[in-house]
Design a protein around this ligand. Structure first.
Ligand code: UD1
Ligand code: UDP
Length: 390
């Protein structure tokens, strides 16, 4: 934990247990964890499931977060049933020991879903950060769409990142007093990391050798990991990148997710190509730098869909649907699915049509003002108070 610079009033402090397990959750929760750690109204505890390991630890280290509990659940090749079952029982045991006043979870992963379920079984109220996102299709993204819907049913406090997400929750019957538009904490995280890089440029120098190697070429950043894209979808994405990489005016930088299901397909198709750099997952400052130097972004990620528009980078979303329509509506994101023909055609269009490119490359940030974490802390304070006096 961050060092506390004053003594907590443990008599009055409400115990908040924040539970997460993957890289994107850690990125989107560290701004909130920083605030909770410095707020005497709270006794903040952290449980990581360890659904991810290296990719999670990169963020914990950067943000100076030391978990109180770590279930170390990651196992290569485990099924969703195994992960869910192990997370549920592991989190339940910690809840019985910690007995928090509130649980905080973020997003739509199996860690978040299992944590909220374990809390519900103990009638511990749950605050859901990034609430209300819906694609409308239970298999895209899979299993996240159902995780989110379940989290919507299990949570008592819904922190919606945008008005559209809040409206969706209200239309689905969630009580208005439980739904609040806070902005997305990903923008808080992006501001934080940008400030860190300004103060300490050495944090984000990993791209330099590639910038030299690809000098004079436009850089395309690529990320891919979605389960619904495993198999045929990942093959199509790999072939698309191979096809685009035939151009001599671009280069591709592709930090590979550590999931072997994705990694092996990409390595088989793309390893050794002259203008494709397949690299290890970047830590957050270096990934932010990669986005900044990129001309265009190809991704099936959720978080990258939010960050690219904030940085004015056109993003081609390699999915059939998105629960983040704001970027598409704003004109900085286009849904291209996971099929080679469409991905390559859209990519070439943006590379060859300067006007089309410039229309998309306007910095637009529909996801918040970088103050989301502060709003969530105040909501937690009010909700904890209300519960104490109920
Ligand atoms: C998970 C989340 C997804 C989220 C994504 C972010 C679920 C069901 N899926 O994806 O919502 O968008 O994380 O990246 O919750 N691995 C490592 N080291 C790591 C991380 C992963 O080696 O640090 C490998 C392991 O073999 C692991 C595998 O990748 O078993 C898959 O990890 P998993 O958490 O299941 O990832 P996804 O389901 O792909
Ligand atoms: N990211 C990172 N290093 C990388 C790739 C991504 O730090 O090599 C960050 C990215 O900035 C975003 C988050 O990881 O904040 C997205 O994670 P991911 O795509 O794994 O998950 P999703 O957002 O799809 O749930």
């Amino acid at each position: 934990m961050l060092a506390l610079d004053y003594a907590h009033d443990m008599e009055r402090a409400r115990k908040i247990l924040t539970v997460f397990g993957t890289r994107p959750e850690a990125i989107k929760l560290f701004p909130l964890l920083h605030r909770l750690a410095h707020d005497a109204r709270f006794d903040s505890r952290i449980l990581v499931t360890g659904q991810h390991r290296g990719m999670l630890d990169q963020v914990l280290q950067l943000a100076d977060i030391v978990p109180d509990h770590d279930l170390a659940l990651m196992q290569t090749g485990q099924t969703l049933d195994q992960l869910t079952a192990r997370a549920l029982t592991g989190i339940g045991e910690i809840l019985d020991r910690e007995r928090p006043d509130w649980m905080v979870v973020q997003g739509d992963t199996t860690s978040a879903f299992a944590a909220a379920l374990a809390a519900y079984y103990r009638q511990i109220p749950v605050c859901h950060v990034e609430a209300g996102l819906r694609s409308g299709d239970i298999y895209h993204p899979w299993p996240e769409e159902v995780n989110r819907r379940a989290l919507g049913a299990l949570a008592s406090l819904h922190c919606a990142p945008t008005q559209a997400a809040a409206t969706g929750l209200l239309q689905g019957g969630t009580s208005a007093h439980r739904v609040h538009v806070t902005g997305n904490t990903v923008i808080d995280a992006l501001h934080w990391v940008t400030r860190r890089i300004w103060g300490e440029p050495a944090l984000a120098t990993m791209m330099r050798p590639l910038e030299r190697r690809f000098a004079g070429k436009r850089i395309i950043a690529v990320t891919c990991h979605r389960r619904e894209n495993w198999g045929a979808g990942a093959e199509e994405i790999a072939k698309s990148v191979k096809n685009i990489a035939k151009r001599n005016d671009i280069s591709v930088i592709f930090p590979l997710h550590l999931n072997p299901q994705v990694r092996n397909v990409m390595m088989a198709q793309l390893d050794g190509l002259d203008n494709v750099a397949l690299i290890e997952p970047l830590d957050y400052p270096n990934f932010a730098r990669l986005l900044n130097i990129s001309h265009l972004v190809l991704t099936d990620s959720g978080g990258v869909q939010e960050e690219a528009p904030a940085l004015g980078k056109p993003v081609l979303v390699m999915r059939e649907t998105t629960e983040r329509p704001e970027g598409v509506k704003a004109g900085t994101a286009v849904l291209v699915g996971a099929r080679q023909q469409r991905i390559v055609a859209e990519c070439n269009r943006l590379l060859d049509d300067d006007l089309a490119y410039r229309r998309m490359a306007r910095a637009h940030n529909p996801y918040g003002d970088g103050q989301a974490a502060g709003r969530i802390v105040e909501l937690l304070a009010q909700s904890a108070e209300a519960r104490m006096t109920a």
